[in-house]
Each structure stands twice: as C-alpha cells, then as structure tokens.
Design a protein around this ligand. Structure first.
Ligand SMILES: C[S@@+](CC[C@H](N)C(=O)[O-])C[C@H]1O[C@@H](n2cnc3c(N)ncnc32)[C@H](O)[C@@H]1O
Length: 255
C-alpha cells in the first residue's frame, strides 16, 4: 500500500510518521508514504504555487501547472499502468465525511494519491480533470488538507496487520463490525480508587463472562445515549440479541 501526498507543507508529516504505534509501518514501507511539494515543480525564481482568483475576492488559488507537473512526476515514479492507477483524492469540505466503512475500504486498497488543498482551494480545472474522490473531515473549515490526510493515513494504518501491539484490539474499537458497529465501553486502569471513585467491581472479579457482559451493556448504554442511530443500524442488521434488547428496554425505562 502506498500513499503519495501532494502538499505545500511536507514538514507537517515528519513528526507524525515517526511517532506512536504506527511509525514502524511507515518506516518499513508496509504503508509507504511519499511526499510531493508542488513548489518543487513550479517555474520561475519565485516558484509560485498560487495566484489571485479571477473575478476578484479574497485569498489565493493553487495554480494548476505546478500541480500537473507534480502529478506527472508521481505517476512516472509509480510507473503506473493507466488502467490500474490509484485514485486521486482531494480533501475538501465538498467530500463525503470520512467514516469507519470508508476507512475499512481504504485499508484494503493499494493506496492513493492524496491532494491537500491550501488557501481558497485549487483551480477547478485540475479538480475536474484529475480528482476521482473528495473526502471531508467534517462540517468545518481547516486551513489545509494536511490534517485530513493525516487522519486518513492514521486510521488506515492502524488497521493493517501487525501494526497494533495487540492484534485484535482494533476489532473492539468503536464502529467496528466485531462490536456490531456500537461505541466502545469505558476503560479503567490503576489505581483501583482515585479521588474516591472506584473501578467498577466486576472488572476486578476475574469473571470473564461477566466482564464481557458488562462491557457489552456499557457499549449499548453509551451508544443509546450518544449515537442512537448506530443502535438502530445494529438492530436493523439483526446484530442485537434478546439479552441486548432487555438491557436496552431497561435503559429506555430509566432503570
Ligand atoms: C481554507 S480551506 C478552503 C476552504 C474553501 N474555500 C471552502 O470554503 O470550502 C483550504 C483547504 O483545506 C482543506 N480543507 C478545509 N476544510 C476541510 C474539511 N472539512 N475536510 C477536508 N479538507 C478540508 C481543503 O483541501 C481546502 O482546499
């Protein structure tokens, strides 16, 4: 899997690629990341990558020529057969909001070229010509697409085999089909009592079946309270059993 990232700020990626549980995947190229700066492909002494918008108005727009030259270099470096080339993804508020099913799909893909916009955005002609998909991080505006690219990279990389220290741990994370798409349960560690607050006794019992049931009940409760639509999805998919429904009925009754 390889991600080629087009960014005017490649330095934003170095600390991220060298940190945390995912760093080995990047260092070993299990998830290969290549950074490409359009400025390196810009013409003239000033290596301009942006200009004022036609029609007036505030801000600058990313120039199409440096982006085209940069993309040509990426395609040549990947030595891609045009029939099998990876998609070009633009991070943009226009895109579909990134979610777990999309991350799972990207995690099984050969990768992509990721385009990080800056300023007011990118000359629309480049988008119309090359962009295959647009991804948003949510209904708010970032200064650039880099943070969105980092979010996608991180979410995809932690799903790769062997990346997490504990092999099955991502399966118990929120939104995961193994957890029926519900939210995760609360977690506790030492000390057993902190500022008068005790760890739930069942977690200290050593009784695995009861612990598992408690965690499931907590997930149901948290999902019902914070994301009821996820619960509806799990129910529609037939993922809630009779015990789950009994717990939910009690929650609904305020018990
Ligand atoms: C300042 S923003 C441009 C915002 C644009 N003028 C608009 O109002 O939609 C600069 C760049 O940040 C990125 N960006 C901003 N918000 C984003 C979001 N919610 N999700 C993903 N990328 C975003 C895009 O690549 C965008 O081109």
């Amino acid at each position: 899997m390889r991600f080629d990232i087009i960014t005017l700020f490649p330095e934003m990626f170095a600390p991220f690629l060298a940190s945390g549980v995912t760093r080995r995947a990047y260092a070993s190229d299990q998830v290969a990341v290549r950074l490409w700066n359009p400025r390196d492909y810009a013409q003239g002494n000033y290596r301009r990558v942006d200009d004022r918008p036609f029609g007036g108005g505030p801000g600058m727009v990313m120039l199409v020529e440096p982006l085209q030259a940069c993309l040509d270099a990426i395609r040549a470096d990947r030595a891609e057969d045009p029939a099998t080339q990876v998609p070009l993804v633009l991070f943009s508020p226009i895109g579909k909001t990134l979610d777990h099913p999309a991350v799972e799909q990207w995690a099984q893909s050969p990768g992509a070229v990721l385009l990080c916009g800056r300023y007011e955005g990118i000359d629309q002609r480049f988008i119309d010509t090359h962009v295959d998909a647009q991804i948003s991080l949510g209904d708010f505006v970032l200064s650039g697409g880099e943070i969105a690219a980092l979010a996608l990279l991180d979410a995809v990389t932690r799903l790769q085999p062997g990346v997490l220290n504990d092999a099955g741990s991502h399966q118990l994370d929120s939104f995961n089909p193994s957890l029926d798409g519900l939210l995760d349960c609360p977690h506790y560690t030492r000390p057993e009592v902190w500022q008068g607050q005790e760890v739930p006794p069942v977690l200290m019992s050593g009784h695995h079946a009861q612990i598992e049931r408690w965690r499931r009940d907590q997930s149901l409760q948290i999902t019902a309270r914070h994301r009821p639509e996820l619960l509806a999805k799990a129910r529609a998919a037939g993922r809630l059993d009779r015990k789950d429904e009994a717990v939910l009925a009690k929650i609904a009754d305020g018990l």
